[in-house]
Design a binder for this molecule. Structure first.
Ligand SMILES: NC(=O)c1ccc[n+]([C@@H]2O[C@H](COP(=O)([O-])OP(=O)(O)OC[C@H]3O[C@@H](n4cnc5c(N)ncnc54)[C@H](OP(=O)(O)O)[C@@H]3O)[C@@H](O)[C@H]2O)c1
Length: 196
């Protein structure tokens, strides 16, 4: 398969590339550098990314920012960032990318455990993650030509917990999370929230 991976340079994206790279052609897309770049927050940038890439059998997104912070301190701009970047960025990846995906191909997006298990400070992130899961369940009913769509909801990655000064116990490794993306791309499920 020919697979476009947005966020290929990230913690989770690199593990996805490693998990799929030995048997598929991977088109790596980053944000700041590399042969292909995109800004999820900019629909024009998403359209410009797809144009030269040609047909793909699968599009994976392991990118998307949303702001963490106490509910009382989150500003309109803080909410706007997550809505424009992680939520609408991935929604637009589907809307603008569907014609680039082959018959029977797939999209795999990324939400996160804070949709189901919120914590203090996660209001904006939980909103965005839950929105993505609702979008995927509904979009699966309408995508044409047998195209599938799933969303992976990773738990906390151990290295991320450490970087945030949180207890790393209970964290998962990127390679375990990557297995859910492999299942989405190589399997036959659609409209599912996959929790590694
Ligand atoms: N890490 C966790 O514990 C965890 C848990 C649950 C869910 N998630 C979700 O999983 C996704 C990936 O997380 P991660 O920890 O792997 O992140 P990461 O290591 O920070 O990597 C982020 C990736 O996204 C790219 N990126 C950054 N800004 C972008 C933009 N505006 N447009 C397009 N791409 C952009 C980066 O490209 P450059 O390298 O070029 O900047 C990089 O490839 C995120 O949606 C995150 O919310 C993560």
């Amino acid at each position: 398969m020919r697979i476009i991976v947005v966020g290929a340079t990230g913690l989770i994206g690199s593990a996805i590339v490693e998990a799929l790279g030995d048997r598929h052609e991977i088109v790596r897309v980053g944000h700041r550098g590399g042969p292909h770049t995109v800004d999820l927050a900019d629909a024009g940038s998403i359209a410009r990314m797809f144009a030269p890439l040609g047909r793909a059998d699968a599009v994976i997104c392991a990118a998307g920012a949303a702001r963490f912070g106490p509910l009382a301190a989150l500003s309109d701009d803080d909410f706007r960032l997550g809505l424009a970047n992680k939520l609408m960025g991935q929604v637009n990846l589907v809307r603008l990318g569907v014609e680039s995906v082959a018959d029977g191909g797939s999209f795999t997006l990324t939400s996160g455990v804070l949709a189901q298990r919120p914590m203090a400070g996660s209001a904006s992130v939980s909103l965005v993650n839950a929105g993505l899961e609702g979008f995927v369940r509904a979009a699966a009913l309408e995508l044409p030509r047998g195209i599938r769509i799933n969303v992976v909801s990773p738990g906390w990655i151990t290295d991320t917990l450490k970087a945030l000064g949180m207890d790393p116990a209970g964290g998962v490794s990127p390679s375990v999370v990557a297995r859910a993306y492999v299942r989405s791309v190589e399997g036959s499920e659609t409209g599912q929230v996959l929790s590694p």
